[in-house]
Design a protein around this ligand. Structure first.
Ligand code: SAH
Length: 469
């Protein structure tokens, strides 16, 4: 039997759409879908495919005959190498068009839902420097560019601080300027790297698990507060203090300078003691006069300005009169609950992370909000008949689950309660569509609006208002 050809070259084909995970789509002459990692809708390209997967190809444009008018020049030197901003080569209005299209397609194709007139996507005013939190990794095995490799030069110091190369856990792309977080973010990172190199403070080697400097987290809040957390792999008091003193002196504007010594195999700091070196153990975010105290482990929406827009949309959709009992499911640190509290009789927030609920309680006190109450537990287990009996039948449910969407039991429970209104905030419209499909006999979609929180990426949030039929 003749062996099937594994690879194909398709010439002169047009890229017609975007797809999940920041990819784009073309079709082979016989109509099969090809997912491309490096092209923009409107490009005319030659495509080299890899092995055929079930019913589609994955491929790469190897020659560009025509570049799409939807393109724009990426602002970042690392575009295409760094995995962070895959859509930076697309004009922002096109990014928004494709985000909205993805949401609508998911609701129709996955959910088979009847949609009202769609409210246009809420784009961001700031399409760069919009993140309030960034995490960088240190490594002694910097990713070398093609030019550097070709140059034949020896690079004896390969210390790097930046981002992981996609799918390469041990290779770090050294970043001089990232366009996602405002200054002094780049200055702080670059200054730490240079100081460490000069003073022989070693960078982590992930393969052999040695070296001092491991990760760096920088948070810059909308209040101007700055938090810096340096993670070391081992304790070396002299070198640690040398570096932290340098940071403190060079950047006196840092509100909270902290460090962790983490000798574990993985570099998550959420199960580690975080120690204050200078300043406080927290910073503050502020939204509409509400203050949110954030420590190194707290969750807070990463785009502060757009989180405000998202919350306003959710609040408008809920259109509270003041006498309602509202449930805020997946409340995190209780931000939505507090944001709407003034307009409700009472808000009950539910969340699985105990530390988040500690923050939620502390923030509610700080904001002198006394009509909110928070509960900790896995939603599928805690959100039961007994829970409703104890806390009352909600008039409105706001739900903001993680990417997996809601557990089936949670949807069933909502359908037992049958609140008048549900506002479903989602960061994954595919799982949102799946969940909404389960509710469509009882609920009608009244409004749907996508919100862009992450310009230059394919990520998109969607807010849906449901009313009982
Ligand atoms: N609404 C919040 C947070 C949304 S993120 C805000 O706007 O800031 C989703 C939240 O769901 C996270 O805080 C996460 O910890 C929580 N979560 C994830 N799985 C959960 C589960 N099974 N039960 C309860 N909460 C869960």
């Amino acid at each position: 039997m003749a062996r099937k050809k594994k690879f194909h070259l398709f010439e002169n084909i047009e890229v017609i759409d975007t797809a999940a995970k920041g990819k784009s789509v073309a079709k082979s002459p016989d109509g099969r879908v090809i997912f491309l990692s490096n092209a923009v809708p409107g490009d005319i390209v030659d495509v080299q495919t890899g092995r055929k997967r079930k019913s589609f190809f994955e491929g790469k444009a190897v020659k560009f005959h025509k570049l799409s008018e939807k393109r724009t020049q990426p602002v970042c030197d690392y575009f295409g190498v760094c995995g962070g901003c895959k859509w930076q080569n697309m004009k922002y209005e096109e990014q928004l068009f494709y985000k909205q299209k993805e949401v609508t397609n998911n609701l129709i194709r996955i959910g088979h839902l009847e949609l009202p007139d769609i409210t246009p996507i809420a784009g961001c005013k700031e399409i760069y420097f919009y993140r309030n939190k960034m995490e960088f990794s240190f490594s002694d095995s910097r990713w070398l560019t093609n030019e550097e490799i070709k140059s034949g030069q020896d690079f004896d110091n390969k210390s790097a601080c930046g981002f992981h190369i996609p799918r390469m856990w041990d290779k770090i792309l050294d970043i001089d300027k990232c366009h996602l977080q405002e200054d002094p973010s780049n200055d702080i990172r670059n200054s730490i790297r240079e100081f460490a190199k000069k003073n022989d403070i070693s960078f982590f080697n992930p393969r052999h698990q040695h070296g001092l400097l491991r990760t760096l987290m920088i948070r810059i809040a909308s209040t101007g507060d700055i938090m810096v957390v340096v993670q070391f792999f081992e304790e070396n008091k002299v070198k640690r203090e040398l570096l932290l003193n340098h940071i403190a002196e060079k950047f006196p504007e840092i509100t909270s300078l902290q460090y962790v010594i983490n000798h574990k195999g993985n570099d998550t700091i959420y199960d580690q003691d975080i120690i204050v070196f200078k300043g406080t153990d927290h910073i503050f975010e502020e939204m509409e006069g509400l203050k949110f105290k954030i420590n190194a482990k707290s969750f807070y929406q990463t785009n502060s300005a757009q989180a405000y827009e998202l919350y306003k949309i959710a609040r408008n959709f809920a259109n509270l009169k003041g006498d309602e009992l509202v449930y805020d499911l997946y409340t995190g640190t209780g931000t939505i609950a507090q944001f709407i509290a003034k307009k409700a009789k009472k808000v009950i927030g539910v969340e699985s992370v105990p530390e988040a609920i500690e923050d939620a309680n502390e923030n509610a006190k700080l904001n002198q909000i006394d009509n909110v109450e928070f509960f900790v537990g896995d939603m599928a287990k805690i959100f039961t008949k007994e829970f409703i009996l104890q806390n009352g039948n909600p008039d409105v449910i706001i739900t903001d689950p993680p990417r997996d969407g809601m557990h089936k039991k949670v949807v069933e429970q909502i359908l037992h309660i049958l609140p008048k209104k549900i506002v479903y905030v989602s960061c994954n419209s595919a799982t949102q569509a799946r969940d909404l499909a389960l509710m469509k006999d009882d609920y009608q979609i009244i409004k749907t609006q996508a919100v862009d929180m992450f310009p230059q990426t394919h990520h998109v949030e969607n807010v849906v208002l449901l009313e009982r039929r």
